[in-house]
Design a protein around this ligand. Sequence first.
Ligand code: GDP
Ligand code: IMO
Ligand code: MG
Length: 407
Amino acid sequence: MSKNTLILGLQWGDEGKGKIVDALAENSEAVCRFQGGHNAGHTLKVDGEQKVLHLVPSGILHPSVHCVLGNGLVLSLPALQKEITELEESGINFTGRFYVSDDCALILPTHIAIDKVRDKSEGIGTTGRGIGPAYEDKVARRAIRFGDLQDLDKLQNRLEKLVDYHNKILVHLYDAEPIPFQDVMDELRNHQSLFQKFHSGTQDLLRSWVKENKKIIFEGAQGSMLDIDHGTYPYVTSSSTTAGGLSTGLGVGPKYLDTILGITKAYTTRVGEGPFATELFDANADQLAKVGHEFGATTGRPRRCGWLDLKALETIVFINSVTTLCITKLDVLDGFTEIQVCVDYDDEQNPIYKTLPGWKQETSGIRHFNDLPQAAQDYIIFIEGVLDCPVGIVSVGPSRDQTIYRA
Ligand code: GDP
Ligand code: IMO
Ligand code: MG
């Protein structure tokens, strides 16, 4: 792997980013997140044991790897505390290797209440984690930030005003229960130790690491089609999930990137509402969902399933400047006689498919590209031809070692 690698999901999330970041982290010195929050659910499987991470970067299982939450995240203190506690109980050490930006905007209990009550009428199908409302306050320049935990007395006035504003929305617009100011203040006070232990000026830290030529992985959350600007608006998340988010969310400019690794499943899934051109409603959908265990890692919701959409991916590969592709969950297609791939849309925006032969052979034990069935190799080669981008990694199972690196 080259030096600094940005790893991004190219679809609607859940492409297997966590698995790939964990696998590549072995040869890196730091894994840094730059956007999103605990709406993410990244599943890692190592030595038969599964871990789902929401906020903590997917490098944490490697004891020597440093992990950073950059300024572009929105941070729920109880969610972070819960995740750290659980990981510490399983023997993972955070001291001296975990850093949280002072500039992260905080997710407050009122943000979560607004997100949940508002989604009932707006129907985006959010994760209900307060992500949208927290980013709204950041952009409106009234957010409480992680660094504000240093002096809670100084914060009191500003927080009172903000909670009052949130409660007006809850009570007057949504006829919902207000959240007492004291509850919000208590949540901050109860988690002040997170600030003392982990707060950091991560922009300066990243600059020094880049200057020292450390090998860094930048870990995207969600997927490019959920990007606030380039996704299927308004059915998107509220952050920049595409490559540009790295510069704003961590303070690392584009010239320090050596590889931009774009991850796509060998088919497509989506959780929540919104357009999905290649969505299936037949036995093929059931087979993808069943074999791929397509249930959300954060909310447990069933994921909608469909064929790979190369037309959409062409745009996404350009937006992100993807230099290398990674195809995950190839093994989920093992049982299909034929596989369809969207190569264009007709005048009514319906997908136009090309049908490719399946391979009807198990791939999960294969570790070398040339050992894959010919039809599986041809499927990968077809994808890289259309997208004009090399496929460097193929994943054939959830475990760290079920990964094929192509020379
Ligand atoms: P992320 O949000 O992009 O990190 O992806 P998730 O962890 O939410 O969802 C991916 C799911 O697929 C997880 O359950 C992974 O364990 C699993 N997974 C990842 N790669 C593969 C693969 O190549 N094959 C199979 N069968 N499962 C995979
Ligand atoms: P990872 O990192 C899949 C989706 C939600 C909803 C929309 C907005 O695991 O790939 P939000 O709560 O962010 O305001 O919800 O975005 N969504 C995800 N879908 N994977 C994720 O993260 C997601 N994070 C948000 O389902 O449609
Ligand atoms: Mg996920």
